[in-house]
Design a protein around this ligand. Structure first.
Ligand SMILES: NC(=O)c1ccc[n+]([C@@H]2O[C@H](COP(=O)([O-])OP(=O)(O)OC[C@H]3O[C@@H](n4cnc5c(N)ncnc54)[C@H](OP(=O)(O)O)[C@@H]3O)[C@@H](O)[C@H]2O)c1
Length: 253
C-alpha cells in the first residue's frame, strides 16, 4: 500500500486529545492544518506551539453541531486552500446515557456532534473531492461501536452509525481517487476519559495513540482499531451470543 501525501488537512475536535495530537503530527510533517473546535484559546495555543516547530496550523472556531454553518465553513476553507486533501471528523462527545434514567438532552448532544456533525464534516467537500478525483475522508469512531455497551446507548450507537456511514461511502467511492478510513480507538487518556470510574483495559497515553492513528491514516487503511489487544477482544465480543454478552457486559461497568 502506498502512503498518502497531503498538502492540506482539516481536523475537527483539535482543541484537545487525539485531534490536537493529530493536527500537530500532521503539521510537523509539512501539512497545512486547519484545526477546528469551539475553544478558540486552546486552538490559538496549539497554533503557537506549532509555529515554534515550524509547522503551520490555522485555528478555526467551529461548532460542528451547527450542521449548516459547518458545511459552509468547510467549503470556504476548501476554496481558500485550493482543495482540502484530508478531512478528519474527530470531534466527539461521550458521557453516559443509562436506560434507567435516560438523559434526553445529553443523548441529543451526542447525536448532534457525533452523528450530524460528523456527517456534515465528511460530506461538505465530498463532491469537490470526487471532481478532483483526490482526497481522503477519515472518521474517528470507537471500539465502543462494536456492540451496545451498557450505560452508553447514545455513544455506542452514534459510533456504529459512523462505521456504517463510512463503509457505504467507501463502497460508493471505490474506483475513484477518494479514500475513506474509519479509525476505532480503544481507551485513550484524554479529557473524554478523565474522571472515568470504571476500569479501562489497555488504556493508551495520547501520544502513542496519535502515532498509531496517524500511521493508519497515512497507509490509507479502510478500518483501523487499536490497541490490537482491545480490537481482538472486541472481535470476540461481537461473536458472543446475547445471553453471554448481556451478563458479562452488565458486570463490566
Ligand atoms: N479517548 C478515548 O478513549 C476515545 C476512545 C474511542 C474514541 N474516541 C473518539 O476520539 C475522538 C476524540 O476524542 P478525545 O478522546 O480526543 O476527547 P477530547 O479530548 O474530549 O476531545 C474532543 C474534541 O471534540 C471537540 N468537540 C466537542 N464538541 C464539539 C462541537 N460541538 N464542535 C466542535 N468540536 C467539538 C472538543 O473541542 P471543543 O470543546 O473546544 O469544541 C475536543 O477538541 C472523539 O470522537 C471520541 O469519541 C475517544
Amino acid at each position: 500500500m502506498t502512503e498518502m501525501s497531503y498538502r492540506t488537512a482539516l481536523v475537527t475536535g483539535a482543541s484537545s486529545g487525539l485531534g490536537r495530537g493529530l493536527a500537530l503530527w500532521l503539521g510537523k510533517r509539512g501539512v497545512k492544518v486547519y484545526a477546528a473546535a469551539r475553544r478558540r484559546a486552546h486552538l490559538e495555543a496549539l497554533a503557537q506551539e506549532a509555529r515554534a516547530t515550524g509547522a503551520h496550523i490555522e485555528p478555526v472556531e467551529l461548532d460542528v453541531s451547527h450542521a449548516e454553518a459547518t458545511l459552509e465553513r468547510i467549503r470556504e476553507l476548501d476554496a481558500a486552500c485550493d482543495g482540502l486533501d484530508l478531512v478528519v471528523a474527530n470531534a466527539g462527545v461521550g458521557g453516559q446515557t443509562h436506560a434507567l434514567n435516560f438523559p434526553w438532552e445529553h443523548a441529543k448532544k451526542i447525536i448532534d456532534v457525533n452523528v450530524t456533525g460528523a456527517v456534515a464534516t465528511l460530506s461538505a467537500v465530498l463532491p469537490r473531492m470526487v471532481e478532483r478525483n483526490r482526497g481522503h475522508l477519515v472518521g474517528v469512531s470507537s471500539l465502543a461501536s462494536c456492540r451496545g455497551l451498557p450505560h452508553n446507548a447514545a455513544y455506542s450507537a452514534s459510533k456504529a452509525f459512523l462505521n456504517t456511514f463510512l463503509e457505504s461511502l467507501r463502497v460508493d467511492l471505490h474506483g475513484t481517487g477518494v479514500r475513506v478510513t474509519c479509525i476505532k480507538p480503544g481507551f485513550v487518556k484524554t479529557e473524554m476519559t478523565a474522571g472515568t470510574q470504571h476500569i479501562m483495559p489497555f488504556l493508551l497515553e495520547t501520544e502513542p495513540a496519535v502515532e498509531l492513528m496517524a500511521r493508519a491514516i497515512l497507509r490509507g487503511e479502510d478500518e483501523y482499531g487499536f490497541p490490537w489487544q482491545m480490537a481482538r477482544a472486541v472481535e470476540v465480543a461481537k461473536l458472543a451470543p446475547n445471553l453471554l454478552f448481556d451478563v458479562v457486559a452488565s458486570k463490566a461497568l
